[in-house]
Design a protein around this ligand. Structure first.
Ligand code: WT7
Length: 658
């Protein structure tokens, strides 16, 4: 028998297993509390007594064209927030910082951008304001207007922020597709939303490699009849093909554009953007967010969770291709008038201290990243952060997956030097903004717990029947509407109802399991559905399975997630072959490449196991639970419902020999 696979060695020490084992309590210092944007616990009491009033107070902090006449209309699963109000969110993010008399933010840095090769650009609020207005006019010139969908497929460059805001300026709905997605994923998202225009770049940099975005977009566009025009940002000197009549250079059109574009005033409930995320089927869901509610939620959480002041430098390391980047790179920090850093590339390029170099050189004070990154930093060793002066940091954040206490404590000690509160923030693409989190000046933290619901949010742990669990584990539930909640899945109302609103009447089911302790602290355990959270990215097992079975040699595939020491979870695929096919190393590589091509590198299975058959119930349903046990080297679960009970022994033997 061969040596144990590495994925199984890490299984014994899963990030989750260690939850609730660290009992230390980290109290905010009096000095932090004194200066905090939320410095009195009355905020919790008042929001609890009247959550809708609390959200109204938060909404007052935005620029409205016309105030709402009713704060909330709620008939599950449909919420309308700030009914009758009109606004354009870019006025909150830009105009108020540059046009209002007495503003001190006009020449303040809005974006400090660093490209992976080391190039740097700083855009002040006034710069950003002008660029957004100009690009809004360019979009209009190409016939884009209110309600049109614009797809964005860009690297992490300032134009990504500009493009999203330019859409918002004219009431167009942006649909940002992460640059790491494959041409096919881009194509499917464009077609689902019927996007009229695509904004892309000649390329981008990642770990010293060039990501050929325009080339990939060309492949996608072979089958996207709704796209009329493509706007290309020139990031480098990358070769590309220009299709006359369809493709246009960003910089050419920007040169001629007028730097003022009248904002399109939107109803509070008009859509602001769509963002695709994986569900339990093979088809991604276009999550819809609106102008008034979403903006209120991200503004309030940015201000109170990240405690942003005019003196801060905020760095959220997420790509704008994910919801974290939408909420805490684009909309939240800008509406708060913050200075922020954005970075194009990988954390280990050219060396494993790139992030700490950026923190030092830009005096970053509030830093927000993902546990998967923190675990990688731990592995690389503290000599990398120790090379740098990190004394500018005053607050740290975590998002994307449960953070194991070891990583939490390392983050606290090695990055925060014990001085910085840590906010572990639980939320989702669907919730729009942070939902469960400590307020850093008010809540004592426990490593591994996201602590308590944000003011105005009501969460509970329920069992299958909707009965509340006061202490212990169950399903996480959000029991009252909140402003940033998804308003639907693009083009599929039934799926929205089935996915989120069918488990219990009128209560939102996020798909996560959680525990609650005697202090009413939440300990999020992760997904309870067939969604895998790998390296902070959400992947549907079904999506990977459908990709695999599209390969000519594959007959059937079952994909499961198992614990992984860096990624939190990783994907393992069990595959049966069409008869007469040879199973060799080369084929393994081909199948992994195939998944990368179909979906993107983020969905590539860590391990593929060929097997003669898959365990199925008598009705033919694949029993993924059993495969998960095998992949984790656990004793096998109950196999009595299997159509062929012996099959598990065979699969297990195969897995161990692999
Ligand atoms: C899923 C949502 C929210 C932005 C990034 C991911 C998991 C997220 C935490 C956290 C434990 C977390 C959940 C959730 N998750 N944050 N602090 N602790 N789990 O957005 O792709 O929509 O994924 O990420 O499982 O359901 P997403």
């Amino acid at each position: 028998m061969a040596t144990k696979p590495s994925s199984r060695q890490s299984a014994s020490k899963t990030p989750i297993d260690s939850l609730m084992k660290e009992s230390r309590l980290f109290k905010p210092s009096a000095a932090f509390t004194k200066q905090a944007n939320a410095g009195s616990s009355s905020i919790y009491k008042e929001a609890e007594a009247d959550p809708v009033k609390f959200w109204e107070q938060m909404a007052e902090e935005l620029v409205w064209k016309k105030k709402w006449n009713k704060p909330l209309e709620w008939k599950a699963p449909d919420a309308k927030w700030f009914v009758g109000g009109t606004l354009n969110v870019t006025e909150s993010c830009l105009d108020r910082h540059v046009l209002v008399n007495g503003t001190t933010r006009r020449n303040k840095a809005a974006l400090i951008w660093e490209g992976e090769p080391g190039d740097r650009r700083v855009l002040t609020y006034y710069d950003l304001f002008r660029q957004v207005n100009k690009f809004a006019n360019v979009l209009k010139k190409f016939g884009i207007g209110k309600g049109d969908v614009v797809a964005i497929y860009l690297p992490m460059i300032p134009e990504l922020v500009i493009a999203a805001l330019a859409c918002a300026r004219i009431g167009a709905i942006h649909s940002v597709v992460f640059g790491g997605f494959s041409p096919e994923s881009l194509r499917d998202r464009i077609n689902d939303a019927q996007a009229k225009l695509l904004i892309t770049a000649d390329g981008g940099y990642r770990r010293g490699q060039i990501i050929p975005l325009k080339h990939d977009a060309d492949v996608a566009l072979m089958d996207c009849p709704s796209i009329e025009n493509v706007i290309i940002v020139k990031r480098g000197e990358f070769l590309l093909r220009v299709k006359e009549g369809r493709d246009h250079w960003y910089h050419r059109h920007m040169q001629e554009a007028d730097p003022w574009c009248q904002p399109e005033y939107m109803d509070s409930e008009d859509p602001l953007f769509i963002l695709y995320t994986s569900g339990t089927t093979g088809k991604p869901k276009g999550i819809m967010h609106t102008c008034g509610g979403y903006m209120t939620g991200v503004h309030a959480t940015t201000k109170l969770v990240f405690d942003l002041k005019d003196t801060d430098v905020f760095w959220c390391t997420a790509d704008v291709g994910w919801v974290t980047g939408h909420s805490y790179v684009v909309y939240g920090p800008l509406s708060n008038g913050a200075t922020q850093v954005i970075y194009e590339g990988a954390p280990d390029w050219p060396d494993q201290d790139r992030f700490w170099q950026i923190v030092e050189e830009n005096a970053v004070s509030v830093f927000y990243t993902a546990p998967t990154a923190i675990r990688a930093f731990m592995k690389w060793g503290r000599q990398w952060p120790d090379k740098h002066d990190l004394s500018s940091l005053r607050l740290l954040g975590s998002v994307g997956e449960p953070i194991n206490p070891e990583a939490w404590v390392w983050y606290n000690d090695v990055i925060g030097h014990g001085r910085c509160p840590i906010v572990d923030t639980w939320w989702q693409t669907e919730t729009g903004h942070i939902m469960i989190t400590p307020l850093p000046g008010l809540i004592a933290t426990k490593p591994g717990s996201a602590t308590r619901p944000f003011p105005g949010i009501t969460a509970a742990i329920l069992d299958e029947n909707g009965k509340e669990i006061k202490e212990g584990g169950g399903y996480l539930a959000i029991t009252k509407p909140w402003p940033g909640m998804l308003r639907g899945i693009w083009g599929d109302r039934q799926r929205m109802i089935d996915t989120y609103w069918s488990k219990w009447p009128g209560i939102y089911f996020p798909g996560d399991g959680s525990k609650i302790d005697t202090d009413k602290y939440f300990w999020i355990l992760g997904r309870v559905d067939d969604v895998i959270n790998t390296a902070g990215h959400r992947i549907s097992t079904m999506e990977v399975e459908s990709a695999l079975v599209e390969h000519p040699v594959v007959a059937e595939a079952a994909v499961v997630g198992i614990p992984h020491e860096l990624k939190g979870e990783c994907l393992v695929a069990f595959v049966t072959m069409r008869s007469g096919m040879n199973q060799d190393e080369r084929l393994l590589g081909q199948l992994k490449d195939h998944v990368t091509r179909k979906i993107g590198a983020l969905a590539k299975p860590e391990k593929i196991i060929f097997t003669a058959d898959l365990p199925k119930t008598r009705s033919g349903k694949i029993m993924r639970r059993l495969l998960r046990d095998v992949a984790q080297g656990k004793v096998m679960g109950d196999t009595t419902t299997l159509s062929d009970p012996d099959i598990m022994k065979k699969i297990k033997r195969h897995y161990e020999e692999d």
